[in-house]
Ligand binder design. Structure first.
Ligand SMILES: C[S@@+](CC[C@H](N)C(=O)[O-])C[C@H]1O[C@@H](n2cnc3c(N)ncnc32)[C@H](O)[C@@H]1O
Length: 215
């Protein structure tokens, strides 16, 4: 198939995906928090920062229409597992159609992360990636999610959150320690990519290490 033909068949799919995402945003603006899915540049930065290629168990919170899910699957190991937790039933049904035996799509709330991991008999994740909008949820709800992530994350594991607002930093840093922030401008809107690494229990007060992330 020629490149022109391939592009002409991909474009309508991308446009349909964006339109569907936008329609769901109009129904649940606070829960979705963004008008269109993440760009390829943002997704690349997020998957690299989370080091998904090294992880055996990966958790994705808020996969939406699956652009991030597919990129994680493309980059992760053959023997790794990806648990994608989505609260919106219409988005969940899209994720649930992805044909990959390494993926577990789960309809539910990120606040129940610990129970969901246990229900699927999964190990502590080395990478947790979140696109859920902390800025539009209550502090209580956001804190519950952060505490759940910190509790389940494997020692040395990474939590990566991509957000427009700084609220995730104020919620997360008291629990996880020093954040590392990059900016991705090739996205609408430009995003902060924040990363925390859980300590190895070697004396660090809040269980988090300072980390270096390639800019
Ligand atoms: C900004 S969209 C991100 C979608 C996709 N990952 C991307 O980057 O394009 C945020 C997603 O988080 C989901 N979400 C919001 N709150 C959630 C929660 N408590 N648990 C699970 N998913 C949640 C929304 O339904 C939505 O799909």
């Amino acid at each position: 198939m020629s490149l022109r033909k391939e592009n002409s068949s991909i474009l309508p799919k991308v446009m349909n995906g964006c339109l569907f995402f936008f329609q769901e945003f109009l129904k649940h603006p606070l829960q979705i928090g963004s008008v269109i899915p993440s760009s390829q540049a943002l997704i690349k930065r997020v998957t690299e920062t989370a080091q998904v290629q090294n992880a055996r168990t990966i958790v994705e919170l808020g996969p939406g229409t699956g652009c991030t899910t597919k990129a994680i699957l493309e980059n992760m190991r053959k023997d790794a597992r990806l648990l994608s937790i989505e609260i919106n039933p219409n988005f969940f049904s899209i994720i649930n159609q992805i044909q990959d035996s390494r993926l577990i799509a789960h309809l539910g709330d990120a606040r129940k992360l610990k129970q969901i991991l246990a229900d699927h008999h999964l190990q502590a994740p080395e990478a947790v990636i979140s696109g859920i909008p902390f800025s539009t949820m209550s502090d209580e709800c956001g804190s519950q999610i952060i505490r759940a992530i910190h509790e389940v994350l494997a020692p040395g594991g990474r939590f990566v959150a991509y957000q427009l607002s700084k609220k995730v930093i104020s919620l997360c840093s008291p629990v996880m320690g020093q954040e590392r922030v990059q900016f991705e401008f090739m996205n609408i809107p430009p995003m902060r990519v924040c990363c925390w690494e859980k300590g190895n229990g070697n004396g660090n007060g809040n269980g988090a290490n300072k980390i270096r992330v390639r800019q």
